[in-house]
Design a protein around this ligand. Structure first.
Ligand SMILES: [Zn+2]
Length: 299
């Protein structure tokens, strides 16, 4: 399913159920986790990601707001509306009663105290609006070892390039081949089958291995991560041929990438290649081909 269509379906057919009664029933218990599970599962299936992918990337790549803060925003919207209506309205009286109960020396349960408790439970700040929600998502991208290729991204905002934490990213709609799009998404969100990821976790098929020992299955010289697989490994002839063709094509498609490639900074090159509207389709095909080559050889 095209990502654009999937997100439209989500907002029209899933979001209404997940946000039902959010403005009057504040999430102070653990029930909201069930709603989060539904949201995460929908977005993971749409992007083609697995259960070990980083939750924050589901939102940074699609632009969707986490359901917990979205529900809290709706409750705050109702509080703002109630604060602006006439003192004679019953709804206004109910809010004042709720505030009185909350402000007692020993606060009593009420709608207002529930909102206060839900706000205090938000991270990283106690103010639970979209801005602090996005700051929490950006903090994950900036610190997670699985998100290094997604850092330092600049997007066109109000006429200038700026950091945008949540947005439906261009590659989700510009890469037309679904298999290529999913491979690119998996590679850049570190949800692939390279050693750096597979051997991060122990299971019945693979044992947990320290990072420096997750060596390339072809050359055994470096850690088998995204940079090594895409740009460095010389241990497989097919891989080398694919890389030569990719570099030739991508520099032809977008000559502005040439300086960065020749400077030898692989992370910046892959970040710029992802950002390039002219080269991203070729990058996605290359990512798909490289992951397919690695899938042919057992760990
Ligand atoms: Zn290698």
């Amino acid at each position: 399913m095209p990502v654009k269509v999937g997100l439209q379906l989500y907002m029209s057919r899933v979001d209404p159920y997940l946000t039902r009664a959010a403005d009057i029933s504040i999430d102070i218990d653990g029930n909201v986790k069930e709603l989060e599970a539904v949201q995460h599962e929908f977005l993971r299936r749409l992007l083609g990601l697995g259960p070990r992918s980083v939750n924050a990337t589901l939102f940074t790549e699609t632009g969707i707001q986490p359901i917990r803060t979205r529900r809290l925003d709706l409750a705050l919207g109702r509080a703002r509306y109630t604060a602006g209506i006439s003192d004679e309205r019953i709804l206004r009286c109910a809010m004042r009663d709720g505030l009185d109960l909350w402000l007692q020396a020993t606060p009593k349960p009420s709608w207002a105290s529930n909102i206060a408790n839900a706000l205090c439970a938000q991270k990283p700040s106690s103010y639970g609006d979209q801005r602090s929600s996005d700051a929490a998502l950006q903090a994950v991208v900036d610190t997670s070892v699985k998100c290094r290729l997604l850092r330092d991204r600049l997007e066109l905002g109000n006429g200038t390039l700026e950091q945008v934490t949540r947005r439906r990213r261009h590659y989700l709609t510009m890469v037309l081949n679904p298999a290529h799009r999913k491979s690119l998404t998996r590679l850049y969100t570190s949800d692939h089958a390279l050693s750096i990821e597979i051997q991060r976790y122990g299971d019945r098929n693979h044992r947990e291995v320290p990072r420096e020992m997750r060596l390339c299955r072809f050359c055994q010289l470096e850690v088998e991560d995204e940079l090594h697989a895409l740009l460095r490994c010389d241990g497989n002839e097919e891989l080398v041929d694919l890389r030569m063709a990719f570099v030739k094509d991508v520099l032809m498609l977008d000559s502005s990438l040439r300086d960065c490639y020749q400077a030898g900074d692989p992370i910046q090159f892959l970040q710029l290649a992802l950002a390039s509207r002219r080269a991203v389709g070729r990058l996605a095909r290359f990512a798909h081909e490289v992951l397919a080559v690695y899938a042919t050889a057992p760990l």
